[in-house]
Design a protein around this ligand. Sequence first.
Ligand code: ZN
Length: 586
Amino acid sequence: MDFTFAQDLKSRLDIVSVVGERVRLRKAGANNYQGLCPFHTEKTPSFSVSAKGFYYCFGCQAKGDVINFVREMEGLTFAEAVKELADRNGIPMPKQAQYADDESRLRAAVFQMHEIAADSFRANLRGPAGETARAYLARRGVKPETIEQFGLGYSDRTGRALQRVLEQRGFTPAQLDKSGLVRKRDDGTFYDFFRGRLMFPIHNHMGKVIAFGGRALSDEDNPKYLNSGDTPIYEKKKVLFNLHRAKEAMRKEDRVILVEGYMDAIGVTAAGFHAVVALCGTAFTTDQVRSLRGHTQKIVVNLDPDPAGARAAEKHIQMLLEEGMEVRIVELDGGLDPDEYCKDRGAAAYQDRLQNAKGYFHWLADRARSQFDMRTTEGQVAVLKHLVPAVQRIPDRLERMQIAIEVAGYVGVDQANQGMVLDAFKKSVADRNEKPMQAPAEMVRADEKGLLNVLLSDVPGREELVRAIQSLEILQRVAMRRIFQAAIAVHASGLPITFDTVDSRLEPADQSMMAVAVLSGDSEGNEFTLEFGARCLESLQRSDGTYQKQELKKRVKEAERTGDLTEALRLAQELQTLERRRDRAG
Ligand SMILES: [Zn+2]
């Protein structure tokens, strides 16, 4: 991959809008935006993006430029991230910038195979082999336009159809073996992984097919749902079904509906609710929650109504709460799943269920109430005890206490018992191990931070400042010394001093320090003019030993010249004290 092209690409992209597609951002300064970090668990935003071309998380210290961000979020190689960004922004790539590394080449082949497979499955569904699958879809009330929209297909029963197509297209045995679409026999030949199943393509964030779910169409075929395993392009735990289609509606409506199966997501969408995603036959993971959180923090959970579903819901929800999601639960009557409910009762009825969805803690309290005898004090205490672990998971103490009081009220603890029961409840909820504070980093002075920000801004005349700081002894002692040294080195090499050029010369700890300095400088609202830089420089000079000594020497000479010997002596003594102090410090 051509690194010069990558540089050029970076300068032409707006990192704020690229990140903004995956993280909800709020303006927090002139060049600075904030949101919930996609890389760690948090409820209050500590993830910042600077229009100057970088992101930084104050919570987990994740940092990088726009290419790093896309790599991390989409699990891409450097070459793929560059290509992805160039393609999406209509920036032509130079010819020689082809994938050079094996990993990118393999992944490109596997992507291509999935595209071919999706086409082939779709064609099967339309053809004579797809009759059973078509009948099944008709029985489930799936309309032709919905089949088209979701790209549904059918995998041939023979187990040879796809394998043949892929071999004809020239994919190597090594590529086939990694694709997850075929399996290897002992003799080294391949056969199709999915056979005789209704096929649901699973897409990544960008809308490319990366995996499949296949539903059995006869009772002999086990399991009922067969899903792709992990491949070079698919990590099960990071992907939710339908997210790429739902994300726009999620942002617009500021909510997402979580359902269990592919058919649920399809049925709910067909009923007019586009902000819906499904688990791909996996347990819910933090990665998946974070991919949702980038679009909305409000989730309506509508999993299957059986007891296993409810238990699963409880587990999923604990994690949703920890990731800062606002959770509500939909319960559908008649034991119907979301797809059946929409078809049976209609979209208006489902809309009504969504609107009346209970807040998570009320739902949990209801479940607990049905298990204990609420007429007795013991029963009431048992219900509250049951709720303690869930409430304890709310990271924010104040919010935790508010919910504790609210929930206790909802459960309906007797007036007479309230004092005792509530106190015990509140106490156990409050006792949560808070994370220890991080050790403070080396103190950054306001003047060094200001000066750095001026140096990194495109201010005419800042070269003067660079010249002035080269002789400042104090800049070898301040927290950001290595950053200044890098800036001076960049300048000396004839390059412009920018965030990127300086950043590329730093170790990670200093990179973080610089990112923090730029972000916090930006939100403090100072204007980084040459005058401001000069004031910072002056302030640094006042604490600079070498500079002070030179100044004192000048004044001693001046006093001697004018014949004020008392003053000359006093200044000479001051100079001596300064030197002694410096010897001790050095
Ligand atoms: Zn973070």
